[in-house]
Design a binder for this molecule. Sequence first.
Ligand code: SAH
Ligand code: SF4
Length: 410
Amino acid sequence: MTLSVLEPAAPAAEPVVTSRVSLVGRTRAGLALALAEIGVPEKERRMRVGQLWNWIYHYGVRDFSAMTTIGKGLRAALDERFTLDLPEVTAEQVSTDGTRKWLIRMASTGPRDRGAEIECVYIPEVDRGTLCVSSQVGCTLTCTFCHTGTQRLVRNLTCEEIVAQLMVARDRLGDFPNRSKPDGAFVPNDGGRFVSNIVFMGMGEPLYNFDGVRDAIDVISDNEGLSLGRRRITVSTSGVVPQIGPLGHEMGTMLAISLHAVRDELRNELVPLNKKYPIAELLEACRTYPGVSNAKRITFEYVMLKGVNDSDADARELVRLLKGIPAKINLIPFNPWPGTKYECSDWDRIERFSEIVFRAGYASPVRTPRGRDILAACGQLKSETEKLSARARLMLDQDEAAAAAAVAAE
Ligand code: SAH
Ligand code: SF4
């Protein structure tokens, strides 16, 4: 497949030090704080938050001067202290199948941080557009088949940085009122939103960034703004068992489990977190997932690794294990990356596996690999952040190192 790079990655820029911070991605409470900071009286704040919310998330405006329902004085005060900037897109790649991958550089968090880079992938189909977002820079877990797991530099993304990924996607796709899509872009043609679904299947383990992900989902699903229903949001986890119940209670999204093996011995190797939370405990958490039903099934992801987890016996055991859980099984052809020891199962093996699962009464779609030519497929994401020079790494903020250590200690 050919690859078209619309915008080459910018050379490493000097960190931009700005005292103005962006309001994009903030929760209502976060916007209220901003208003308090510039002296807006408390009794007025709720109303002002509603106005800002509408302009930022419904209209996607990039400039306070466009907020015509807000008086000039307040607009100027906001502009002095804040911006409506989105994080910088340092590269946009478009696959021959229409998949888009954005490399997004988050705002610098301090004078010595040039901003973490993360990847975000847009997968358009005729009747839906799925955005695959990241919850962390890198991942502290080390699943052996996953490229992201080899990235050592890790921190949680903030709520703002998670929401910003959807804002960047909609901005780039022209999916705000009075805007239009880029020439020739492949987007759904059913008259709905260009981004209709979100999956937390990019970089990172979302349940290790519970608060950031929860706040971001609150913003994204708010009816007066981005309005993406919780049923259209899927959080994928490698199996952080204690957080699965809280995910259902506090976020109410769809759940996906990265299962990948049906015996603890093998899963310990593929998904080392299994040593802490073995298969039986994980499935018990699924059985009791709040709201789980036939209408709200849990997706089990199963990456097809040649000669490792793809036998008929594995398929039969999978079906046995999932008995009684309203489930969908998503077979993912392994996406190779440089240096991996695994290979993708042969096509007839995947079909045979799928057939066994299907005969047992489960929908078992084989996920068509999308965007492989631009390394945008599942598990291929790994940002340039890791490729910083040793010196640049040393210069990263202490804060970031502390955050990474906190995440690693979980
Ligand atoms: N950390 C979370 C979410 C991000 S990973 C999780 O593990 O669920 C998103 C999905 O991509 C997971 O199911 C993961 O197992 C899968 N994946 C990782 N590497 C892959 C690869 N090389 N090929 C195919 N799928 C992969
Ligand atoms: Fe992390 Fe998920 Fe990759 Fe495992 S599969 S290393 S949990 S991103």
